[in-house]
Design a protein around this ligand. Structure first.
Ligand code: AVJ
Length: 317
């Protein structure tokens, strides 16, 4: 599809960022490029895989504790979701929170955001739904709801925080701290450290969906950025790095090869790799320390019986 001038500028900036990542000592491409239409479908499929415990576990934690969550959030809050929420977890909150002043989904992808906001409006006709198109890693202006909110509660499910390195996560938490404002709070899904075999299985599913999701990034770049990756010449790898407490996802080159992105060419050797994602797993203490540096205090932590995953309520202090 033809791009308008503004979209073209965004693409040029993104192309610079992509090329910069490929010039690093270890080639890397941001995980945001997983999510074209096919990639979003594949991620939905991942969340339903038997090995991928996070989605189901987080949903269970929300269902089991929704009354307590609702009482901590209190009445007439503004719920600000980082990422365009259309998930079951969001719906549980919208169903149970008391007299919400507004629901503010924030996402960089305008089409997806407006679509899911419209869906939510249809399901919750009395709710003030105020989508914001923004890159949520940078401070942005909140809309003014019809009703004055008692407090802002930022919602960040899915352990997406785990995609960020420690510094990046700290910066993102600081943005959330700012958006929450005085008396504000953060409700966040945080995946926990556990037996590495469980974690590795979640990112190396037997049906091969995660591998397809990873490789699809190259198809996305071939289409949107005029790249020429030979998709069949790369393989999926996901390994747990115990020292760093994170899954590291890569595309490993099966042969010496060259590829171009934009007008730049790159060469990659056999068994060399492109890093496509980190997914950090936390200890409760480790996460609390990081939150504290950003000005949050952990008020309540809910986990499942197996302590696989946590949902946490952080307040500003
Ligand atoms: C969406 C970042 C939470 O890290 O588990 C799933 C993405 N990547 N399988 C995760 C993902 C491969 C997911 N997050």
């Amino acid at each position: 599809m033809a791009k308008n001038a503004a979209q073209q500028i965004v693409l040029d900036d993104e192309l610079d960022e992509l090329i910069d990542g490929l010039r690093q000592p270890e080639m890397m491409i941001s995980p945001k490029y997983f999510y074209d239409e096919r990639g979003s479908q594949l991620f939905d499929e991942i969340t339903r895989l038997p090995e991928y415990y996070p989605t189901e576990t987080e949903l269970g934690i929300m269902q089991d504790n929704i009354d307590e969550i609702a009482s901590l959030v209190g009445r007439q809050a503004s719920l600000i979701e980082f990422g365009s929420g259309s998930s079951l977890k969001t719906r549980i909150l919208l169903d149970h929170l008391d007299e919400l002043a507004a629901y503010v989904p924030v996402d960089i992808s305008e089409d997806h955001l407006l679509q899911s906001a419209q869906q939510i409006r249809e399901e919750f006709p009395d709710l003030d739904v105020l989508p914001v198109v923004a890159d949520f890693t940078q401070p942005f202006r909140l809309p003014t709801p019809r009703v004055m909110p008692v407090r802002n509660v930022v919602y960040f499910p899915g352990s997406t925080i785990g995609n960020f390195t420690n510094d990046g996560a700290q910066e993102l938490l600081a943005v959330m701290h700012g958006e929450a404002g005085a008396d504000g709070a953060l409700l966040i899904g945080v995946d926990l450290q556990k037996d590495p075999a469980i974690i590795e299985a979640a990112y190396n599913d037997s049906a091969g969906v995660t591998a397809e999701f990873n490789l699809n990034m190259l198809r996305h770049l071939n289409r949107e950025f005029g790249a020429d990756f030979d998709v069949d010449a790369f393989t999926h790898s996901a390994e747990y790095n115990e020292d760093e407490g994170r899954i590291e996802i890569r595309l490993v080159s099966e042969q010496d090869q060259e590829f171009t992105v934009g007008s730049q060419s790159f060469s990659i050797g056999k068994d060399e790799a492109i890093l496509t994602e980190y997914s950090h797993k936390y200890t409760l203490d480790g996460f609390a320390a990081m939150a504290e540096t950003a000005g949050f205090r952990v008020k309540r932590v809910w986990t499942d019986a197996g302590r696989l995953f946590s949902v946490q309520y952080l307040v500003r202090d």
